[in-house]
Design a protein around this ligand. Structure first.
Ligand code: NDP
Length: 455
């Protein structure tokens, strides 16, 4: 065999796995056909957060007046922002490549496809490997409606030549609400069109409600409980037709309606690797596919599609196979954040999930953050703890508000360690912060779960 390990895909999962395996002394090769660092670095987490931050500066400039600053806010230069973002992404691409090079991995800037279970075609070259990792990620999808080709996907949003004045965003998942916040903060008229009564299905119901309020406060026009039916061109603009009969005129229609695992034309059938009905590679709890020497990780497996999960899996697999340190990643209590405006962060169970298991004590606090008592900006923070009534273990922590992702990372450690409400209560707060509310919630808001009726 040419290599001990061949990794297909140079994204978060693949790069980490290749780098660590090579560091353990394995003969490693990795192929990437598009861009090093994958979705997260190029058309995902990293550029998205830079755009979120661009929006924040505009709002800070408005806030400053309340604090005595006399600031004249000029227009926003989209071209300058995108150029600065592109420079940073190019730097990160180089860093990823260099990390692999320094670790001693062989790098192929090419597409790799299976010829058989141990043989790959890598840009026209035949390569064999003892073990193979599929880490090809996923791609954004459009809905199957007439005129879908007139809409853009998130990959395109990072390279728009100009800031659109009117944007209609379809969906209300992570990408939809994050971009609604970005475009609104940069001055666009934003319509958010989604089929649920509230955005971000799957998150805690209080967070979903608070997010709908926050989006409205930011000036985003919400269109809940409708589906798009077709898109038409109207000059340089677009007309979006909805199931309600309503139409929305926009410069840009943006599909944020989910992502699909990138498994098409990889030759998986020639390797005996099985996929599910959505095209995701099926893996066991050790990331093994139907072929025990072929593994898959990250978004291509469509389980928890988050970068830190993918990198953790890549690292764990490399340690297990070549580092004599067998370990698996737990997908329980994985913290996550939505970089909406303001952001959301969460760890553990939602109230609904916890209540389905048994009685829970629920603590909710809603307040105006200190900064905005003076800035005058309509902004509310929501914090919530869901506590198992029998054991008093904290099962879930949820927040919508400034710095929520930064705060939740620390809380996630406590929850992973199994902290109880009493542990939270005996922790001294840091004053004055929003975060201190998490250790000063003394009055139960309600009881949920099976005991609800009894109380
Ligand atoms: P999501 O799966 O989060 O959201 C998809 C949205 O599209 C939902 O609102 C969904 O509605 C809607 N939708 C799907 N099909 C249809 C349909 N046929 N008609 C109408 N609406 C439809 O996908 P995203 O594209 O936002 O993001 C993909 C994934 O990437 C996320 O789930 C997350 O794992 C990851 N990600 C993580 C980020 C982070 O960590 N901050 C940021 C961005 C992405 P419904 O809810 O009704 O199904």
């Amino acid at each position: 065999m040419d290599y001990d390990l061949f990794v297909i895909g140079g994204g978060s999962a693949g790069v980490r796995c290749a780098r660590i395996a090579a560091g353990h002394g394995a003969r490693v090769a990795i192929a990437e056909e598009r861009f090093w660092g994958g979705t997260c670095v190029n058309v995902g987490c990293v550029p998205k957060k830079l755009l979120v931050q661009a929006g924040e500066y505009g709002a800070f400039a408005d806030d400053a007046a309340g604090f005595g600053w006399i600031i004249k806010k000029g227009p926003h230069d989209w071209g300058k922002l995108i150029a600065a973002k592109d420079r940073e992404i190019a730097r990160l691409n180089g860093t990823y490549r260099r990390l692999l090079d320094n670790a001693g991995a062989t790098i192929f800037d090419a597409r790799a496809t299976f010829i058989d279970a141990h043989t790959l075609d890598v840009g026209g070259k035949r390569v064999t490997a003892e073990r193979i990792v599929i880490a090809t990620g996923g791609n954004p999808t459009r809905l199957d409606i007439p005129g879908a080709e007139l809409g853009i996907i998130s990959d395109d949003a990072f390279y728009l030549p100009a800031m659109p004045k009117r944007v209609a965003i379809l969906g209300s998942g992570y990408i939809a609400v994050e971009f609604a916040g970005i475009f609104a903060a940069l001055g666009a008229h934003v319509d958010l069109v989604y089929r649920q009564p509230l955005p971000i299905r799957g998150f805690d119901p209080d967070l979903r409600e608070a997010l709908a309020e926050a989006l409205t406060a930011q000036g985003v026009h919400l269109h809940p409980s409708v589906t798009p039916t077709r898109i038409e061109a109207s000059g340089a603009g677009r007309v979006l037709h909805l199931s309600s009969g309503e139409t929305i005129a926009a410069d840009l229609v943006f599909f944020a309606t989910g992502r699909r695992p990138a498994t098409a034309n990889l030759g998986l059938e020639r390797a005996g690797v099985s996929t599910n009905e959505h095209g995701a590679v099926i893996v066991d709890d050790q990331l093994r596919t139907a072929q025990p020497h072929i593994y898959a990780m990250g978004d291509v497996t469509d389980r928890l599609n988050l970068t830190p999960v993918a990198t953790a899996e890549g690292h764990a697999l490399a340690d297990t196979l070549f580092g004599k340190r067998a370990r698996r990643i737990s997908l329980e209590n994985v913290p996550t954040a939505v970089f909406s405006t303001p952001p959301i962060a969460t760890v553990g169970l939602t109230e609904e999930q916890a209540a389905a298991r048994g009685p829970v004590d629920v603590y909710v606090e809603k307040f105006t953050p200190m900064r905005h008592t003076i800035s005058g900006r309509a902004r509310r923070t929501l914090m919530k703890l869901v506590v198992d009534q029998a054991t008093q273990k904290v099962l879930g922590a949820h927040m919508l508000g400034e710095d929520a992702p930064e705060i939740m990372q620390g809380l996630a450690i406590a929850i992973v360690c199994g902290a109880s409400k009493a542990d939270f209560d005996r922790t001294i707060g840091i004053h004055p912060t929003a975060a201190e509310e998490f250790v000063t919630m003394r009055t139960r808001t309600r009881v949920a779960g099976v005991a609800q009726a009894a109380e």
